[in-house]
Design a protein around this ligand. Sequence first.
Ligand code: NAD
Length: 360
Amino acid sequence: MNFKITLLPGDGIGPEVVGEAVRVLEIISSKYEHSFNFQERLMGGCSIDQFGQSVTDETLADCKASDAVLLGAVGGPKWDDPKAKDRPERGLLALRKGLAVFANLRPVKVHPALIDASPLKPEKLKDVDILVVRELTGGLYFGQPKLREMKDGHERAVDTLEYFDYEIKRVVELAFNLAKSRKKKVTSVDKANILESSRMWRQIATQIGTENPDVELDHMLVDTASMRLITAPVSMDVIVTENMFGDILTDEASVLAGSMGMLPSASLGESGVGLPHEARVGLYEPIHGSAPDIAGKGIANPIGTILSSALMLRYSFKLEAEAAVIENAVYQTITEGARTADLGGKLSTRQMADEIIKNI
Ligand code: NAD
């Protein structure tokens, strides 16, 4: 089969980890006789340097015209000036909005051999297998007005938390669909004791729960959820939540897996997993940032990005067997003891990918 993949390596360790995922995909393409056509574009700080914009219309159009997008990470101290006209993260938000990828799937599994890499007690981590479904194109990160102004002699800043019913419905329905092929349990996370948007979220989730009696639904306040993730992570299966809560909870969940560098993500649009129509362009990226502290040293863990490419094969290309081959190779490689520095080992980014490729 023939697929066009846009690569957005981005900044910091982004190009280092995306380069290794491409090597893995090339092995898969030759082994299973698929053709992956890669086109590379600038996004983030590197695009600001080159074009004065974190993402250009041309890059957005190229992404939309491809079958899937693989992103590294964006940002870094060089582009951190709060007064700057454009910021790398704006490009990321524009890309998510432009591709209409409203659901971000972040699987968190704890490899038995990495239990010691997590600061949590080993007995808490056994059999942890969580899928966080984060709403990605609404809420506080996108709501208008968003502004800074002078008022009554004081500087004032405003962000707006806004949700439409259909935005909540589609992401919660997706979570229910995904739960059906797992342990059939959805935890909907909100702040319904305080926020109006959360009260609407809970009402819609309850309605969808009634329509799907085969899936167990519970509601949890975000503060409780952040505690439960650490005290009893094994009790959770699919978590669905709004944009900012999901952003924070998934970073917290990464601690369970031993390192930020381990976790992949898939961002899907209207026709994602479990829904009948064909998949549109999916966006795949590790959950970590550009890690300026280790950028250029060749020591970043490439696993989050390599596993993101496996999610691309599964969700955008429907190549389940090939996706599983990559995931099993990563599992096997960790089992054999291969470790980058974040996991307490000495392997470079390239050497870690070499070990994974040997297991494909
Ligand atoms: P970060 O995820 O970049 O790094 C946090 C810590 O985890 C650092 O110590 C880093 O070295 C380590 N780490 C991250 N990925 C790793 C990997 N693959 N292998 C080994 N260690 C890894 O978060 P940060 O330091 O808060 O942010 C740095 C920059 O990245 C900022 O500019 C931020 O805005 C940006 N950022 C971008 C994204 C994205 O592109 N999606 C996400 C988060 C942060």
